[in-house]
Ligand binder design. Structure first.
Ligand SMILES: [Fe+2]
Length: 385
């Protein structure tokens, strides 16, 4: 049996990779970029740096800087209009997962029309949108190397997962120096997201020998460096490892999918506006404990790759160490419980059944080594309290 692997056509990886943008655009034959970003990137001066780089090489530069965290259909509408009315031949997404996810949706809707809802899973969106060059500034969502985007429906609060070749960036400039000024909280939340991608890709029912290698490499990079970047954001060596790990984890889960943690995390994020990485972190120890019996040796491999178990440790011992590590990681990275985050217990319990249905509908729990029933998902939600 063979597996299809989908990747960006070009990746520029390492310190100052973002400065290669003019050369990358030229090599792709792109002349009229629209930069898709957010107000924070403007404020930090990153957009001006990119603008200068491009203008020095005579590229006309236009910017859409109104993307929002956890993008919604209405938040991308103005960007879609810009693409429809302008004569852009590519998009450059600069920022965390949200500007990149927004740009993916804008590129497809701007070229092919229709409503975002029309493009959601299980439809495979394989038509090409505007070529997208992604420059991530977090390590991270891995969105620069995935064929997914997630856009929230304003009316229903549903986080719509959209999948296909059309959402894979044509190029990714993976530059860890852009993460050096990232605040500790965002560093932790996005870092745990990347770790979750690697673990879930490795235990996924859709894992392949190719995705396994990407996932293991990602865990080896992220495991020893997540606490380091949280404690000292200026640690270049650790930042570089996290950035590469995040992209490799993105490649792993783009090709193997994520599983139950992400399936359960999206409804929490949508209903209670918890940042994506944080809701993953809240769920990761509990869901891992639930899933281990169905994939003991796989989770033991994760413990060894992260660096908390030795080769000599047996499977059971390695799994115990993995669970202990995930719990202590949440403590060290100061991940709040749902209650400490400010979620009302009654409000959470009232919609647990709905969240379980939404989780199942996303398809992600079906990739989990232990596939849960709706009732089991509800008890996992309850176990967070
Ligand atoms: Fe994620």
């Amino acid at each position: 049996m063979s597996t299809q692997v989908i990747l960006p056509r070009l990746m520029q990886v390492g310190a100052e990779a973002a400065a290669q943008l003019p050369e990358v655009l030229a090599s792709l034959g792109c002349n009229r970029p629209l930069i898709i970003t957010d107000p924070m990137m403007v404020k930090l001066g990153y957009v001006d740096q990119i603008r200068q780089l491009l203008e020095q090489q005579q590229f006309p530069v236009e910017v859409f800087a109104d993307t929002v965290p956890e993008p919604t259909v209405s938040s991308i509408q103005a960007g879609v209009e810009r693409v429809r009315q302008g004569e852009f031949d590519c998009l450059v997404a600069l920022g965390g997962g949200s500007p990149i996810d927004s740009a993916k949706a804008i590129g497809i809707l701007g070229c092919h029309g229709g409503e975002m809802r029309d493009y959601r899973f299980p439809r495979q969106v394989n038509e090409a949108g505007l070529p997208l060059i992604a420059i991530p500034t977090t390590a991270g969502t891995g969105s620069e190397a995935t064929r997914f985007t997630i856009i929230t429906d304003d009316d229903t609060d549903e986080k719509m997962l959209c999948v296909g070749l059309g959402f894979m960036p044509v190029a990714a400039l993976v530059d860890f120096t852009l993460t050096l000024s990232l605040p500790a909280r965002t560093t932790a939340d996005t870092g745990i997201d990347a770790l979750t991608h690697a673990i879930e890709a490795y235990v996924s029912r859709k894992a392949s020998p190719y995705s396994d290698q990407q996932a293991l490499a990602a865990m080896r990079l992220i495991g020893p460096n997540l606490r380091r970047v949280y404690r000292d954001g200026s640690d270049r060596e650790a930042r570089e490892a996290m950035m590469l790990g995040s992209t490799l984890a993105g490649i792993a889960f783009s090709n193997a999918s994520v599983a139950l943690v992400h399936g359960m995390s999206r409804p929490i994020g949508a209903a209670f506006h918890v940042p994506h990485g944080l809701s993953n972190a809240m769920l990761l120890p509990t869901v891992t404990e639930f899933s281990i019996p169905a994939a003991e040796t796989r989770y033991a491999d994760c413990a060894r790759a992260i660096g908390v178990a030795e080769v000599e440790d047996g499977t059971a011992a390695a799994n115990d160490k993995l669970l202990a590590e995930l719990k202590s990681l949440n403590k060290d990275l100061e991940v709040p419980t749902p209650a400490a985050f400010g979620i009302e217990r009654d409000a959470f319990f009232d919609i647990m059944a709905t969240m379980a249905e939404q989780a199942l509908q996303s398809g992600s729990p079906g990739n989990n080594p232990r596939v849960p029933t709706a009732e089991e998902i509800v008890s996992l939600y309850r176990a967070l309290w």
